[in-house]
Design a protein around this ligand. Structure first.
Ligand SMILES: [Zn+2]
Ligand SMILES: [Zn+2]
Length: 310
C-alpha cells in the first residue's frame, strides 16, 4: 500500500509562490494498491489533478471508492471538478456521513453543492456513475464500526472532535495499517468544567480512544493546523482557536508516542502558513521536539505530490 498526497492544505486553497512547495490544494489522498478499486480519501481541490492524471492514464471506465471524512467545503469542493464522475460506465461509490443537524443526509449535502446556485452541471447527469453510501444508514446503531470496503481492504471508522460529524479512517490491507484523522481537535475541558468533574475524565477517555484507534499504525496522517501557542493564544484569548476543530503539533507528537505510531505526517496546513514558515517550525521546533519525545516515530510535513510506501 502506498499513500499519495494530492492536497495537504487546510480550510482554504492557497495558490501562490509562498505555498508552492508544500502545495495549496485542500485535502485529498490516494491509497495506491496493486489491484482492486481506486481508493481516495476526501475530495478537496487536490482531487481535480488526481482526476486529470487518471484520465491521462488508463482512462475510463473507473472503479472508485471515495471516502469522505466530513462535508466541510475544503474536503468536498473539488468533487464537481473530478472528471471521472462524468465518464459513462464508471462507478464512483462515495462514502461519508451527513451533518447531525439540519436534517440532511450525506447524499443531500453532497448533491447540494452541485445545484443551480453553485454549479452549472446538475446532479442528474451523474446518477448512473455516482452512488452515495451514508454511514448513518449503513450503521444505524452508531458509525464507529468496521467494514470491508473491497476484498482485502478493511476500513474502521472513528468519530473525531469537530464542529460537524467527521470520521477518521483506519485502512488495513496487506498487513499494513494507515490512519487518516480527518479534521480533529483534542478533547479538552471547557472553562465551565471543574478540575475534578466527570467531564474531565470523559475527555481523557475520548482522547485515549483516539490513541487506541491509531495504535501501532504504519502511518498516521493527522490534522496539524496549529502550533499550541496559536491554538491557545493565552495572551490574546479572543484569538484562541479552541473549538474550531483542529489540532496542533504538540498534541499530535504525544499521540504518536502513546500509540506507538511508526510514521506520522502532519497535514491540513494552516492557509496562512507559508512554506518557509512551515520549514522553520519543523526544523527549529517540532522535529527536535518529536525526536526527543517519540524517537521511535518518523515525523514529516505532508507535501502535495509526495508518495509514501507503507
Ligand atoms: Zn478541513
Ligand atoms: Zn472541517
Amino acid at each position: 500500500m502506498k499513500i499519495r498526497f494530492w492536497g495537504v492544505r487546510g480550510s482554504l486553497p492557497t495558490p501562490g509562490p509562498e505555498t508552492a512547495r508544500y502545495g495549496g490544494n485542500t485535502t485529498c489522498l490516494q491509497v495506491i494498491r496493486d489491484d482492486g478499486p481506486l481508493i481516495i480519501i476526501d475530495s478537496g481541490t487536490g482531487i481535480r489533478q488526481l482526476g486529470d492524471s487518471l484520465m491521462a492514464g488508463k482512462g475510463p471506465p473507473f472503479d472508485i471508492k471515495l471516502l469522505i471524512t466530513h462535508t466541510h467545503w475544503d474536503h468536498i469542493h473539488g468533487f464537481p471538478f473530478f472528471v471521472p464522475i462524468y465518464t459513462p460506465g464508471s462507478k464512483v461509490a462515495v462514502y461519508g456521513v451527513g451533518p447531525l443537524r439540519e436534517g440532511k443526509g450525506f447524499e443531500q449535502v453532497m448533491r447540494d453543492q452541485m445545484t443551480y446556485s453553485y454549479f452549472p452541471v446538475e446532479n442528474t447527469m451523474l446518477d448512473n456513475v455516482v452512488s452515495y453510501h451514508d454511514y448513518n444508514k449503513m450503521f444505524p446503531g452508531g458509525v464507529e464500526k468496521s467494514f470491508e470496503l473491497c476484498p482485502g481492504v478493511n476500513v474502521r471508522l472513528k468519530l473525531t472532535n469537530h464542529p460537524v460529524y467527521c470520521t477518521a479512517y483506519r485502512i488495513e490491507a496487506g498487513g499494513k495499517s494507515f490512519v487518516f484523522s480527518g479534521d480533529h481537535e483534542p478533547w479538552s475541558p471547557g472553562p465551565m468544567d471543574s478540575e475534578t468533574g466527570e467531564t474531565r475524565q470523559l475527555y481523557s477517555m475520548m482522547n485515549d480512544r483516539f490513541i487506541e484507534f491509531c495504535r501501532g499504525a504504519d502511518l498516521v496522517v493527522i490534522d496539524t493546523t496549529y502550533t499550541q501557542a496559536e491554538y491557545e493564544s493565552r495572551e490574546k484569548p479572543h484569538l484562541s482557536k479552541r473549538g474550531w476543530g483542529h489540532s496542533y503539533f504538540e498534541y499530535n507528537i504525544q499521540i504518536a508516542k502513546a500509540a506507538g505510531v511508526k510514521r506520522m505526517a502532519f497535514t491540513h496546513h494552516d492557509p496562512t502558513r507559508t512554506d518557509d514558515a512551515l520549514d522553520r517550525l519543523m526544523n527549529q521546533t517540532y522535529l527536535p521536539m518529536a525526536k526527543a519525545a517519540a524517537p521511535a516515530t518518523e515525523f514529516f510535513a505532508a507535501r502535495e505530490g509526495m508518495v509514501v510506501e507503507l
